[in-house]
Design a protein around this ligand. Structure first.
Ligand SMILES: *Cc1c(COP(=O)(O)O)cnc(C)c1O
Length: 358
């Protein structure tokens, strides 16, 4: 029986990628397995180069951009971004759409001034604040394009003069986007771009103004640009998994294919949330994420507990639905690799649950 994997991250990976990766680990046809070779070998150099160039190609980046594979996940970028882009006499602005943005803003405060220019905190982050005018002298504006916890997503990317920095950890490559509008994009790879262990960074060289050598070597983007992501030992297996994922993205039809696929899934789940008398969506309709659907029981439901619905789903091999503790309820994460059949199985289960307990 099929398993339906709705985990928020690390999360579902296409079966063909798992197959290729497991063969590559076991196989010593090229003399050594892919995970027992030096990062200085020609073979790994090619893996890194192809991964970087596929990111460039999928995002259609212009020549000013560099693509890096770094470590430390999303959270390292929370401080690496201000370390590289914020001076003590400057202000960095953040749109506060929930805990990721808040943590990122807190880290920036170690390097300069960090201020929320707009926030949806007063309504438990159920919407994306729009039209936030950014002062002229801003170091940058930081947004979290998709809030994984609250199920909100920017559908319109703000226009600003300051460099626009985006945490795309939970929605990178889920849709076509004008990546050239950004100064810097980062994404931990464990949700939509491979497995845990690497972070993709796309950065415009022209926004890196701090003098080379003025910040610690390992956190200086210039170090990794100069050495093409091979300054230190990169997480070679995680980079390889990202490469397989990027190849699969391209071969499956690219970002225009995936936005259709992702919208078909999110339309199906939101239609059921809106129809079903037992459930209500957390985010405002216009700001709903196509990656993470967050929903709770309606206030009228009192004969069953949240864990009952989670167990009802698990009995049908629907896994990973428990919501994040700051919202409660349920979260269906529907990353690129999740098939539409899994969402259909969840919709059927919600209908059966309503028949039995509604
Ligand atoms: C998962 C996630 C992160 C955190 O990534 P770590 O690799 O655990 O540090 C950051 N931002 C967003 C939006 C995420 O969804």
């Amino acid at each position: 029986m099929a398993i339906h994997n709705f985990y928020a991250g690390p999360s579902i990976i296409d079966a063909s990628i798992l197959e290729t990766a497991s063969n590559a680990i076991r196989s010593r046809e090229d003399l050594l397995s892919v995970i027992e070779i030096s990062h200085r070998s020609v073979r790994f150099g090619e893996i890194m180069e192809e991964a970087r160039s596929l990111v460039r190609e999928l995002a259609q980046l212009d020549d000013d951009f560099e693509v890096l594979f770094l470590q430390g996940g999303g959270r390292q970028q929370f401080f690496q971004v201000p370390f590289n882009l914020l001076n003590f006499n400057q202000v960095a602005y953040y749109i506060n759409t929930g805990s990721w943005a808040k943590q990122a803003m807190h880290e920036a405060s170690f390097f300069g001034k960090a201020e929320a220019i707009a926030s949806s905190e007063s309504t438990n982050f159920n919407f994306i604040p729009k039209s936030a005018p950014v002062p002229e002298n801003a170091a940058y504006l930081h947004i979290t394009t998709n809030n994984t916890i609250y199920g909100t997503q920017f559908h319109d990317i703000p226009s600003v003069d300051a460099p626009l920095v985006a945490d795309m950890s939970s929605d990178i490559f889920c849709r076509p986007l004008d990546y050239n509008r950004f100064g810097l994009v980062y994404a931990a790879t464990q949700k939509n771009a491979g497995t845990a262990g690497a972070t993709i960074v796309m950065v415009r060289k022209s926004i890196l103004k701090k003098a080379p050598g003025s910040i610690p070597t390992m956190v200086d983007y210039q170090t990794h640009i100069k050495k093409q992501s091979l300054y230190n030992t990169p997480p070679t297996f995680a980079v390889y998994m990202s490469l397989l994922t990027l190849r699969w993205l391209k071969a499956s039809g690219g970002l225009s294919h995936f936005v259709q696929h992702n919208e078909a899934k999110s339309n199906a789940i939101y239609a059921e949330i809106d129809r079903n008398s037992m459930f209500v969506g957390h985010a405002l309709k216009e700001d709903r994420s196509i990656m993470n659907a967050v929903f709770t029981f309606t206030p009228e439901v009192n004969q069953v507990r949240e864990n009952d619905f989670v167990a009802f789903c698990e009995a049908r091999n629907i896994i990973g639905l428990k919501g994040h503790s700051s919202v409660g309820g349920f979260r269906a994460s529907m990353y690129n690799a999740l098939p539409l059949e899994s969402v259909n199985a969840l919709v059927d289960t919600m209908q059966d649950f309503e028949k039995q307990f509604g």
